[in-house]
Design a protein around this ligand. Structure first.
Ligand SMILES: [Zn+2]
Length: 465
């Protein structure tokens, strides 16, 4: 306080002296007369300006000396750190300057300059928590993985920088493909900073890949608690993880627990096909047939899917085809016009050898949505009705070149997966599979005639046209 007051005072005196000097300069015309003791000097304008500059330098030096003297007096009065503080202030200034330069160098992509500035800042500041961050980033930018790793390890030693160290090492392990170590580091980072959204996402992905469903559910719940995921998405993903956990329990032979989890998953997300199928089986095993039918109907309403129909058939495995048609009415009346429902009805009718009913159910499906399945069913219907072989072969030939219809397609990488899974087998995305028609480039099948040359090869030309 006193020090800054002194500084201001010096500045005022300096300005006053300069103004006074300028006044004299004006009055005396070309020369400046300075009287010291009994002697008198006459200075020209240039010399006067030089004198003024010298005065400024002199005042600055005086300020520095005064600052040092103040520190010295304090030291003599018993303030032992006064002198070291005087010097450390200037060190600090230079250190922070180097740090700032380093950060600017990093931002402009000059990794080597950033690195040397970090070393300089470290010399002056002795604040490894600050300078190591800069060095680590510079090393990453230079591609010097070993050096970056060493610095990250150093960061682990300080409470303030531990998270950054763990995160840096985790990213390195992920890039190297060492997921086992990466998952341990991600867990550590999650303990250090449970709110950190990026850590939650990485950990969840790693846990899902490692099929640690229980751990993944915990991480997912933390995501919800800290507001990093919408509630409805959380419910769906929780259901996905619960289904997977239930599957594993089923394999391990813990059926009661697996059933409870399946039902829980279905309650979380009634639209999720695998959850509905597993819940229906669970209810069936518990003798709760009504609930089993209810969950399948609900899932069919959201998305008619062959797996739901298969699970519905499992409920009464040994019924006659006629009984089955009657019972399936509970399912097929939910979305009667959906292609899936129509093909299901046709299949049931074919099984009961009621070919006219099957043809009625298919209707114009072979023209409006000609998929492999619709065309194959039509071929079976024509065969059953006793149509010409030519007609049957015509439908089969068309079926071979037709699109597959809806499949499990990854929303993220657009590849077709053979069965539903929580993690895409191609890109590793979590909960990315959707039941929908495959994109055109994936749906293309090999030419029809070389797949069944003996059956359709001959009649192909005629029947396709
Ligand atoms: Zn994918």
């Amino acid at each position: 306080m006193l020090w800054s007051l002194l500084k201001i005072l010096f500045f005022v005196i300096l300005v006053a002296a300069l103004a006074y000097g300028a006044g004299i300069l004006m009055e005396t015309g070309p020369g400046l007369r300075v009287a010291v003791a009994d002697m008198e000097f006459v200075l020209g304008p240039l010399q006067a300006v030089i004198l003024a500059l010298l005065t400024v330098v002199g005042v600055w030096l005086l300020l520095r000396v005064a600052g040092f003297l103040v520190a010295l007096v304090r030291f003599l009065n018993g303030d032992e750190t006064a002198i070291s503080r005087y010097f450390s202030r200037s060190r600090e200034r230079r250190g922070f300057q180097a740090l700032a330069d380093g950060m600017l160098a990093l931002a402009s992509g000059e990794a080597r300059l950033a690195m040397s500035n970090a070393a300089k800042a470290e010399r002056f500041l002795r604040r490894p928590d600050l300078t190591n961050l800069l060095s680590a980033q510079a090393a990453e930018m230079l591609g010097d993985k070993g050096r970056a790793r060493d610095i990250y390890k150093k960061l682990l030693g300080d409470d303030r920088t531990r998270f950054v160290g763990v995160r840096g090492l985790m990213k390195q392990k992920l890039a190297e493909g060492d997921t086992e170590t990466a998952i341990k580091l991600a867990e550590k980072a999650f303990v250090l900073k449970p709110r950190h959204a990026e850590t939650q996402t990485t950990l969840l992905q790693l846990q899902a890949n490692a099929e640690d469903w229980k751990g993944a559910r915990k991480t997912l719940n933390a995501k919800l608690r800290h507001g990093n995921i919408p509630r409805d998405l959380h419910r769906r993903r929780d259901a996905v993880l619960a289904v997977c956990e239930a599957r594993d329990l089923m394999v391990d032979g813990d059926e009661p627990r697996a059933r409870d989890l399946s039902i829980e998953a279905n309650k979380l997300s009634p639209d999720l096909v695998p959850a509905a199928v597993m819940a229906a089986r669970a209810y069936h095993a518990q003798g709760r047939e009504k609930q089993a039918v209810r969950v399948l109907r609900r899932a069919w309403e959201a998305q008619p899917h062959p797996d739901i129909a298969a699970a519905f058939a499992e409920l009464v495995p040994d019924e006659t085809p006629q009984d089955r048609i009657l019972r399936f009415g509970q399912l097929t009346d939910v979305r009667p016009d959906d292609p899936e429902t129509r093909m299901l009805t046709a299949e049931l009718a074919i099984a009961a050898e009621d070919f006219p009913a099957a043809r009625k159910a298919l209707g114009d499906l072979v023209d409006t949505a000609p998929t492999v399945r619709a065309l194959t069913l039509m071929a079976a219907v024509e065969r059953g009705l006793g149509s010409d072989d030519e007609v049957v072969r015509g439908f089969l030939a068309k079926a071979l070149g037709a699109p597959r219809g809806p499949q499990w397609v990854c929303d993220s990488c657009a590849t077709v997966q053979p069965a539903w899974a929580p993690v895409c087998g191609h890109c590793g995305g979590f909960d990315t599979l959707a039941w929908k028609p495959a994109p055109a480039n994936q749906a293309a099948l090999a030419g029809a005639s070389n797949m069944l040359p003996l059956l359709v090869g001959g009649g192909l030309e005629k029947s396709v046209e």
